[in-house]
Design a protein around this ligand. Sequence first.
Ligand code: ATR
Length: 279
Amino acid sequence: MHYKLGLVGYPVTNSLSPWIHEQFLKKAGLTGSYSLLEIEPNESFENELDRIKKNHFDGFNVTVPYKKQIIPFLDDLDDAARMIGAVNTVVQQNGKWIGYNTDSTGFVTSLRREHPSIFQDKQCHILIIGAGGAARGIFYGLAEAGFSQIDIANRTQSAAENIVSTGKQKTETSILSLKEAEAKLNAYDLIIQTTNVGMKPNINEAIISLDRIHNASIVSDIVYQPIETKFLLEASQKGAAVHYGHTMLLYQAQYAFEIWTSKKVPADALKQPLQSILE
Ligand code: ATR
């Protein structure tokens, strides 16, 4: 079987997903293609998506700005995608198009791989910064993994309130302003930056100052261009452990690939090569 895969989004020209999935295809001993399926904002999303669906794709990833917008055009959603309200992976099964969210499991798996110690204390204090689609997925994934104390800080606090309803599991959650979070950072064992602040070309920006973190904490940034964001650099300088965004990218891709092909390929081996491409 020749797998026909791709990525729907705009813009997608700089995406690393074609490289990752071509490596996965090789490792799994499968043949296939992964193409960029750009839908420009001035085009009709529905018509363009229809064209893609009729083009015999086995599945595709979905990225910015269509992760929410695609939902009404799918036949079914898995539980996580439904709860999170965002889809990043679509598979065609017997003519039906099913949406999944692998960002959530991708983040939790990469954290488990890189920092297993944090999973020993599910009552540790976690702070998520940001309240967009990525934050929703990460909140859901961590709550499902059993973490019970997850605060959310966002520029717009009302957006953070909507996230709390995402999880099936009960969490103790406070909603904070960015300033409030900054002032009490030493209360957190894990701090996760989920906004695009600090992404190239704005590499001199950081969403908050990490002046008050304690040196036993873990600081995570989902931004991976650059790999070492200003936020993570400050965390390292303060003696904290860091969790890099490109590891999440790899594991969300691993889950997507498994959904399409039923093959689980080892993603760990791609961490170094991916890092070299990004540097
Ligand atoms: P994604 O789906 O990638 O998470 P999103 O849904 O557009 O993207 O969410 C972007 C997040 O980044 C939001 O939490 C947004 O804060 P608001 O809810 O206040 O808009 C946050 N964000 C983006 N730019 C920001 C900035 N310059 N300062 C603070 N927060 C910012």
